[in-house]
Design a protein around this ligand. Structure first.
Ligand code: BGC
Length: 497
């Protein structure tokens, strides 16, 4: 079948949905898909709450443990060990996803996370607390790969971006919630145990709900558990589309049998298509972090103080506003990602990020040249708000969405996991170096460096990231084949032979 005809035949593709518009699925008309997405995205909540809560909790941990109060090393370790755990959790989690399924990966992440929350809440000394942080990090890392993949695989292609981005909304919402809780608890003694222990509750809730939910239909199909897969799909699609979706899966699984039986991880990067997909996916993850989102999320109170506002309360309040804007911007992203598409959204987002970073840099330059702090202080706050408003709908949502959809089925877990690992490693590098770089070269130049990285990110998206809006997984595979081997995918087999 030629390429064009094949695309019209692929259920869920734009050609198919033009012929059968009544078979389109919309988010709000499908409570089943919404329910699965809501439960899976509790993973995002754990991610957001855990990364957000620690800065506030640390203030009280210092009061309880004098060793921590007097040791910047212990403070840094308590903060950063969750990130270190997440690096490992994402890598191992990717493999668990492929080998044991998305459902088991979620359940395992919940168990490890809950254990970590209990260990933290009960910690008699800083080292036990650090152990708890590592466990929680392992859980968060695994959840960060699993939730997007699980959601993507149950999503009809026309609403996949919105559903995967719901998980990002839970990340940003979780961060907002944690800042609120930090503020609310400021007057209660011994609260850090509650702040950290409370994070176990959503994990326990997800654990029990997940036991009731199905495994991802795509993974079931790949593992030859076809009847179970069809039972899940039957809850998502109407009868006509269900027939077509199943027919395609059956044809594919027959054609690809040899591929499925022969999965060897060390061969992952032998395929040019996978190399291209991984470059796009991991590149987006690295740029998400190196364009500075977490300098803003973790250090916004500090940045506000650097801009000349000395009051702690004002700094905390402004950082709460930043977190709120971030969550609101994600909602916009959920709408835009399946309308404007991934590429346009990322480019638009990066354009605004570059402009905001330049504003931030200029305000700090002027401040250090002594031309008055009031006006330029407010300009810095404006730059910060503008940065978040542009970042969150695009660079917040697009990297996670693209990574949930660009890899072939049998490597979706492992490649998504490696790419999430890139995200967590980059996060750690940026978080660890921001303050020292700002100290060494100045805050203004630091924001200029980040602006320059954002320009590189813009070019990167332009050159390497294809548009995957509304494409079915099969179309995405075709797209990589075309990119790797030219317009005629048959060239691949000829060349390989
Ligand atoms: C990023 C996180 C970040 C968050 C900010 C997510 O997309 O992966 O690292 O903290 O956005 O809201």
């Amino acid at each position: 079948m030629n390429d064009l005809r094949m695309r019209q035949w692929i259920p869920g593709s734009s050609g198919y949905l033009e012929i059968y518009p009544e078979r389109k699925v919309s988010v709000f008309k499908n409570p089943y898909v919404m329910g699965l997405t809501a439960v899976a995205s509790i993973g995002g909540l754990l991610f957001g709450y855990d990364t957000g809560v620690i800065s506030g909790a640390l203030l009280y941990i210092k009061d309880d443990f004098h060793a921590v109060k007097h040791s910047p090393f212990l403070q840094e370790t308590i903060v950063s060990m969750a990130g270190a755990g997440a690096i490992v959790g994402a890598a191992v989690g990717g493999w668990i996803n492929d080998a044991y399924g998305r459902k088991r990966a979620t359940i395992i992440a919940d168990v490890v996370f809950t254990l970590g929350a209990i260990v933290m809440a009960a910690a008699p000394d800083p080292w036990v607390l650090i152990l708890g942080r590592v466990l929680v990090g392992l859980g968060v890392g695994t959840a960060s790969v699993t939730a997007p993949v699980y959601i993507a695989e149950l999503s009809p292609s026309e609403i996949r971006g919105a559903l995967v981005s719901t998980n990002v909304l839970m990340i940003t919402g979780g961060q907002f919630l944690s800042y609120l809780i930090n503020l609310a608890f400021t007057q209660v003694p011994g609260t850090w145990r509650w702040m950290l222990g409370a994070s176990g509750v959503p994990a326990v809730v997800q654990f029990f709900l997940m036991l009731l939910l199905p495994e991802s239909p795509r993974w079931l199909f790949m593992k030859n558990r076809k009847e179970e897969a069809i039972a899940v799909l039957a809850n998502i699609y109407d009868t006509d589309r269900l027939e077509d979706e199943v027919a395609l899966l059956v044809t594919r699984s027959e054609n690809d049998r040899h591929r499925r039986d022969d999965i060897r991880y060390r061969d992952v990067f032998k395929s040019k298509e996978i190399r291209l997909a991984f470059l796009a996916g991991a590149g987006l993850q690295a740029f998400q972090q190196f364009t500075g989102i977490n300098t803003v999320m973790y250090y916004s109170p500090t940045i506000v103080q650097m801009a000349g506002f000395r009051s702690n309360e004002l700094a905390l309040l402004l950082s709460l506003i930043v977190a709120g804007l971030n969550a609101a911007g994600t909602v916009l992203g959920i709408y835009l990602i399946d309308h404007a598409g991934r590429r346009k959204l990322a480019l638009f987002s990066l354009g605004g990020v570059i402009a905001s970073l330049i504003i931030l840099a200029l305000s700090f330059f002027n401040q250090s040249s002594g031309s008055g702090s009031g006006l330029y202080g407010w300009l810095a706050v404006f730059g910060l708000a503008l940065y978040i408003a542009f970042f969150s709908p695009g660079m917040g949502t697009v990297p996670w969405t693209v990574n949930s959809e660009v890899y072939p089925e049998e490597y979706r877990g492992i490649c998504g996991g490696m790419s999430a690992t890139v995200n967590w490693v980059s996060n750690l590098i940026v978080a660890q170096s921001f303050l020292s770089v700002a100290d060494a070269v100045g805050t203004g130049p630091t924001f200029l460096i980040i602006a320059f990285i954002a320009v590189l990110a813009f070019v990167f998206v332009l050159v390497y990231v294809p548009e995957t809006k509304g494409l079915t997984f099969d179309e995405v595979e075709l797209l990589w084949k075309e990119r790797a081997w030219g317009m005629n995918p048959d060239a691949q087999s000829l060349l390989e032979n």
